[in-house]
Design a protein around this ligand. Sequence first.
Ligand SMILES: [Mg+2]
Length: 312
Amino acid sequence: MKNVVPYVNEEVSGRDFKYYIFDWDDNILHMPTKILMEHLEDDGTWKPVELSTASFALVRSDHRHYRPPSDGGWRAAFRNFADPEKAGEKNKFIEDTMTALARVSAGEKPSPSYSTFKKTLVEGRIFAIVTARGHAPETIERAVRLFIENALTPLERETMMSNLRGYRRWLDKVETFGTDEDELNYYLGMCRYSAVTYDGFKERMANDPVYREKLATATTASRPELAKEFAIRDFVEHVFHMLQRTGGLGRSVAIGFSDDDKGNVKSVSNYIRSELARRFDGIKFVVYDTSDRSLSKGRKVCVSGQMNLPGF
Ligand SMILES: [Mg+2]
């Protein structure tokens, strides 16, 4: 078949503005990352065990039989969910992403938002990854690059580049394009990668006047939810400023959020209704609950805002 992908897809200028916020684990990919715990044996000794996130969720409150490693505590338990502490050590997130991608290539059923994430990339739309993990933004961006290299076909990658150039010409008035690598770097640099237990993220949140106050009165249990809120607000503001700069605010704008954790879905929906939808009243917000693996794209649980876009 003749190659029909244009070098610059001018048609992107006719599109609505749609952006997405994705949780990573069990939403984009089923990651094999294990939590390191200790289990009380019949003979009274504690033995190290590795638990999947699903098993951990079942035993986490069984304090009689499970405890975090005596050497290192909770930080050690979640060591594989953060970047290595010493330079030169292998990064588990990158390794696990490769494993998860290989399983999908081998025919395993992908996570509910896998295909939406893929489509987002092929269409060249800006997105955010918001995860409870503790990685640096650069680590998550590396994982996204692996996704592009492995989950997209060569034709899909070419389509993505054509769309990226289309947006650059339309919104940034670019006429002379860089190499594919330059243009991909530019695009991925516009996206946001927030791992909310990463020290740099926590610091940024603690330095924000509004969230410093919210954190001061928050219970320990509600802190992770606050952190996701902060990451979402950050992305929505980023999108808003970008649209303001490029004069795109006259069109319909929609932002989707997907997560497989029901607690997050609930708290983010509340946050959107009570704050974001009021502050950004021209933006439509859509939340997807992807906890039910039998549904291919999750369940739409919250829609807020004025616009009514077909296809969302
Ligand atoms: Mg998840």
